[in-house]
Design a protein around this ligand. Structure first.
Ligand SMILES: Nc1ncnc2c1ncn2[C@@H]1O[C@H](COP(=O)(O)OP(=O)(O)OP(=O)(O)O)[C@@H](O)[C@H]1O
Length: 375
C-alpha cells in the first residue's frame, strides 16, 4: 500500500494536526490578546511584591472561559522569571474547597512536599508556612482560583481572614491574595463576613466575554499552531467562532476545533468541514456541564440522579427519594440543593402549591440525557 490514498484523502499515518497539544486544557498560549488592560491592572497590583513589599489584593471576576486563569498564570510565570524573592502559588478551589485544603496546597507549594497525612492542626500548618516565608525573606502571592467553590462550602471568610491577617499572627509574613470568581451571580465582597470586609479592599478586575471577532482572532492562532496549512478554511473558523460566541466560553471553541479535527480524520478527510464542526458541537457545547459534574461529591451526584427520575418535583418529595439513597438529614439536603443551584445545574424556585403554602420545585437546568451521559 502506498502512503497516498488519493486526492483529499488522509492515509492512515497522516494527521490533520500539526500539534494536537495546543487544544489541551492545560496549554498556556504563547500570545494572549484582547486582555491588555486586565494584564496591566494585574501587573500594577503585583508590582510591590517584586520590590519586596506586600502586593495589592485583587478580585478577578468574569464568566467561565474568559481568560482569568491564563492571565494569572502568565503573570505568575513572568514574576517567577524576574525574581526568586516572590513565591506565587495558584490553588484550584474546585478541588480544594476548605480552608485546610487550601493551606495544605500552600504548604506543598512552600516545601515541595505534602503536609503529614496524619493530620496536623491548621494553626501548625499555617505557622510553618509563615515561618518559612519569613526565614526565606520572600513575599507570597496566593491565587484562589474558582474561589466561588469556597463560598459554596462556607469556607471563604475563614480562608481569607487567615491569609489577610497573616502578618498580625506572624510578624514579617507578607502575603497578597488574588481571588478569581467565575460565578457571575456571586457578589464576592457582599458574601464575606464583616470582619473580612473590613480588611479586604481588593482591586477589582473584570473579564467580560470575548465577542465573536475576538474569538475568531484568538482561535485563528490556535488553528495555525495546531493544524496543518489549509486544513481549516475561513468559513469553518467563522462557524466555530459563531458557536463559541453563543456560549461565551472560549473553551468551547478550543474543544470544538479539536473534536472537529478528529471527526475529519475519522472520515479520512484532509480538511475540516462544516459538518465536522456541527457534529462536534453536540459534545463541545456541554464542556462546562462536564466540568461542573466532575467536581461533584457522591451526595451531590446522588441528588442529580434522583432528579433525573423526578425532574420538576417538589423539594420535599425529592428529599424522600434522596434520603433513601444517602441517609442525610434535611439541613444537609438543603445545602446540597443550594450548591447545585449555585452551580447552575438545577433551578430551585419557590412556587405556591395549592393549599400547602410555598415550596421549592427542583428542575434540571440541562437536558436530562446530557446529564445522564456525563454523570
Ligand atoms: N486571550 C486569549 N488568547 C489565547 N487563549 C486564550 C485567551 N483567553 C483564554 N484563552 C484560552 O481559553 C481557555 C480558557 O481560559 P481560562 O482557563 O483562562 O479561562 P477562565 O476565565 O479562567 O475560566 P474558568 O472561570 O472557567 O476557570 C484556556 O484554554 C486558555 O488558554
Amino acid at each position: 500500500m502506498t502512503g497516498d490514498s488519493g486526492e483529499g484523502m488522509l492515509s492512515w499515518d497522516e494527521s490533520v494536526f500539526r500539534n494536537e497539544h495546543v487544544f489541551e486544557i492545560d496549554y498556556v498560549p504563547e500570545t494572549f490578546r484582547h486582555r491588555e488592560s486586565q494584564m496591566q491592572s494585574l501587573t500594577y497590583a503585583l508590582r510591590p511584591a517584586v520590590r519586596g513589599s506586600r502586593p495589592l489584593n485583587v478580585m478577578i471576576r468574569g464568566p467561565p472561559g474568559t481568560g482569568k486563569t491564563t492571565a494569572v498564570q502568565k503573570l505568575f510565570d513572568e514574576v517567577g522569571a524576574q525574581t526568586r524573592d516572590v513565591q506565587t502559588i495558584r490553588v484550584n478551589c474546585q478541588v480544594n474547597a476548605t480552608r485546610y485544603a487550601v493551606f495544605s496546597r500552600l504548604f506543598e507549594g512552600s516545601f515541595d512536599y505534602e503536609p503529614p497525612s496524619s493530620g496536623i492542626s491548621f494553626k501548625k500548618l499555617f505557622g510553618q508556612i509563615a515561618e518559612k516565608l519569613v526565614d526565606d525573606d520572600r513575599v507570597l502571592v496566593v491565587a484562589l482560583d474558582d474561589v466561588n467553590y469556597l463560598f459554596y462550602e462556607n469556607e471563604a471568610s475563614d480562608t481569607l481572614y487567615s491569609l489577610l491577617r497573616a502578618h498580625e499572627e506572624h510578624p514579617g509574613a507578607k502575603i497578597g491574595v488574588v481571588v478569581i470568581s467565575s460565578d457571575p451571580s456571586l457578589d464576592v465582597i457582599d458574601e464575606l463576613d464583616t470582619r473580612v470586609q473590613s480588611v479586604f479592599r481588593p482591586e477589582d478586575i473584570y473579564f467580560p466575554v470575548y465577542d465573536q471577532p475576538e474569538i475568531v482572532d484568538i482561535l485563528r492562532e490556535r488553528v495555525t499552531r495546531g493544524f496543518h496549512d489549509g486544513v481549516v478554511a475561513t468559513d469553518v473558523l467563522e462557524r466555530v467562532g459563531g458557536l463559541t460566541a453563543d456560549s461565551g466560553d472560549l473553551r468551547v471553541g478550543i474543544d470544538l476545533l479539536r473534536r472537529a479535527g478528529l471527526n475529519a480524520e475519522m472520515r479520512a478527510s484532509k480538511t475540516v468541514e462544516l459538518e465536522d464542526v456541527e457534529t462536534a458541537y453536540e459534545t463541545s457545547k456541554y464542556i462546562n456541564l462536564s466540568r461542573s459534574l466532575n467536581s461533584l461529591t457522591d451526595n451531590e451526584a446522588a441528588l442529580l440522579e434522583v432528579l433525573l427520575e423526578h425532574d420538576g418535583a417538589q423539594a420535599g418529595d425529592v428529599y424522600d427519594r434522596f434520603r433513601e439513597r444517602t441517609d442525610l438529614g434535611y439541613t444537609r439536603y438543603s445545602e446540597v440543593v443550594n450548591k447545585l443551584d449555585q452551580l447552575g445545574l438545577i433551578d430551585a424556585e419557590y412556587a405556591d402549591i395549592d393549599g400547602r403554602g410555598r415550596s421549592r420545585a427542583l428542575t434540571l437546568a440541562y437536558d436530562a440525557d446530557a446529564i445522564a451521559d456525563r454523570l
